[in-house]
Ligand binder design. Structure first.
Ligand SMILES: Cc1cc2nc3c(=O)[nH]c(=O)nc-3n(C[C@H](O)[C@H](O)[C@H](O)COP(=O)(O)OP(=O)(O)OC[C@H]3O[C@@H](n4cnc5c(N)ncnc54)[C@H](O)[C@@H]3O)c2cc1C
Length: 500
């Protein structure tokens, strides 16, 4: 089959999926006003793959079928492949201002990276690694959109999952000849309304014990699998907006987030990748290079996002000529630094990529960890800068619909600024409001804080994996050297010892 068209993607969303929002079950995500526009956005991403100007960037020829498949499924065999993959991701991310974090490239890269380490999943005499490789080929050849869930519900975070008094987390309740049966809940499934498949993998450490084993699994299943229910948060789309220009991002880029409930869901054995194996769950990131590839994808998202916020701020500052003021230039320079920082780290990760025994190239880890840890603060500051330079103007522009309303003459006249006519200024400041102030922006800020894990525990993880020995050794050597030199100041022997 190879790459899907936008139309094919949209019609493929009309299945028997069970999605709830605002107290009702959604009949059709392609037409429901809370989902339809974002569904269209994903369709547009798929359609871009067919654009003759982009096809060579967005796709490559499948090694098995020769069909065109998405570049985000490529197994990188050179630094050039990493660059090509980044350029593909950047093209999608630029089209959504980096605000559609879980566009399908995210999971494509994640699952491709797991698949390159498929051998590690063939443990204890099972063939789960073979399942994983076959699954990778299936998603690549069918251009599958995926949501994923890694986290147990927030019930009692002071205790491990197997010691909870309320046993709500999804777990294996039974095995049959056909597969394993899962019951319980997981969070958060962003993009679930616009996905074909759900990926369920572990994230936090699991105790190596009989009691914890039912929570130690990994699998993928179709979104419309019987017993699978998604309960979404309310949409951030402003249903009463007079014009889509009033909330230009909210109206087309709400990915949607949900809890997923497994109501005795049967997972066929051929879709199982880990089964009752806490050790494998706990060593997932050390046995595979998945995190490094995934960080490469989301750092590219961060580059697109920071370039967009910088461009927006430049245009706003120019519109009212506040860019003549030194402190405004200082904030604009800060936005330049953020974009250039992310770009530099990404490039460093590619240049310093490592190659494994199978010839697979993986971006260097530390430049990407640095982006991962610093970007949440940077994005929140970017929003703050847009608020500071937009000031009262962010709430003193009307709806775009006012340009055609009763007071249109006043609107044409009084909303003009030195470098923007009224329609431009209204559009620009509504865009700024949606980027940095609206509930859409609030969700983006929350997303940046948490989408790749809890920053507190991530910081601990970074500290623990960082190679500290050369640095502590250096200090020890320096102390020894200083001690050796401790002769009275001015003494001739001290100079002799230093310069001989
Ligand atoms: C917008 C958005 C979209 C998301 N999309 C997805 C998705 O598509 N798929 C997915 O799998 N996940 C997704 N996530 C979930 C994300 O992975 C988690 O939010 C993140 O891992 C943090 O876990 P938590 O939310 O359960 O927070 P908690 O673990 O409950 O933490 C809450 C607070 O308590 C503190 N805390 C809790 N436990 C500890 C501890 N043991 N030690 C120290 N401090 C602790 C944390 O530091 C934090 O401040 C998304 C999250 C957001 C906000």
């Amino acid at each position: 089959m190879g790459i899907r068209t936008g139309k094919e993607f949209i019609s493929s969303m009309q299945d028997g999926r069970t999605i709830y929002i605002d107290g009702e079950r959604i009949k059709d995500v392609t037409t429901d006003p809370r989902f339809a526009d974002a569904c269209q956005t994903v369709g547009e991403l798929y359609e871009m793959q067919h654009d003759p100007k982009l096809i060579d960037k967005m796709t490559f020829k499948s090694p098995t079928t020769g069909d065109r498949v998405g570049t985000s499924y490529i197994i990188p065999k050179s630094v050039d492949d990493l660059v090509a993959r980044r350029e593909m991701v950047k093209t999608w991310m630029d089209s959504t201002c980096g605000m559609f974090g879980r566009s399908p490239d995210f999971m494509n890269i994640n699952m491709t990276a797991y698949a390159t380490s498929w051998k590690a999943f063939n443990r204890n005499g099972n063939n789960y690694g073979d399942n994983l490789w076959k699954y990778y080929e299936y998603i690549r050849e069918n251009d599958i959109s995926m949501t994923h869930t890694l986290i147990n519900p927030q019930v009692d975070r002071s205790k491990p999952v197997e010691q909870q008094s309320k046993d709500l987390a999804a777990k294996i309740v039974k095995e049959t000849d056909a597969g394993m049966v899962i019951k319980g809940a997981r969070m958060v499934t962003t993009l679930c309304a616009f996905s074909h498949e759900l990926m369920v993998f572990p994230s936090n450490n699991i105790a190596v014990s009989e009691e914890a084993a039912p929570y130690a699994y990994a699998f993928c299943i179709p979104i419309d699998t019987p017993g699978l229910k998604f309960i979404c948060r309310p949409s951030v789309i402003h249903q009463n907006a007079a014009s889509p220009m009033d909330f230009p991002l909210s109206s087309r880029l709400d990915e949607g987030d949900a809890m997923v409930i497994f109501d005795n869901v049967l997972v066929p054995w051929e879709r199982v990748f880990i089964h009752r194996d806490p050790e494998m769950c706990n060593s997932l990131y050390s046995k595979t290079n998945t995190m490094r590839h995934t960080m490469h994808q989301f750092s590219t998202k961060n580059l697109a996002k920071s370039e967009y916020m910088m461009a927006l701020a430049f245009r706003m500052a120019k519109s009212t000529k506040i860019d003549v003021h030194l402190q405004v230039q200082g904030m604009l320079a800060e936005l330049i630094q953020y974009a250039e920082f992310v770009r530099s780290c990404l490039r460093a990760s590619e240049v310093d990529a490592t190659v494994d025994e199978d010839g697979v190239y993986t971006p260097a880890e530390m430049p990407l960890w640095t982006v991962r840890m610093m970007f949440p603060k940077m994005f929140i500051r970017m929003c703050e800068i847009i608020q500071i330079i937009g000031a009262g103007g962010l709430v003193a522009v009307p709806s775009y619909a006012e340009l055609k309303g009763e007071v249109s003459e006043d609107v044409e006249k009084y909303f003009e600024s030195v470098n923007a006519d009224s329609p431009t200024r209204i559009k620009l400041f509504r865009l700024a409001f949606d980027s940095a102030v609206s509930s859409f922006s609030g969700r983006q800020q929350l997303y940046e804080r948490y989408y790749s894990g809890d920053p507190v525990r991530l910081a601990g993880m970074l500290y623990n994996i960082y190679d500290k020995d050369p640095h502590t050794d250096r200090i020890d050597e320096m102390l020894a050297d200083l001690e050796d030199r401790q002769n009275p100041v001015g003494s001739v022997t001290a100079f002799k010892a230093t310069f001989d």
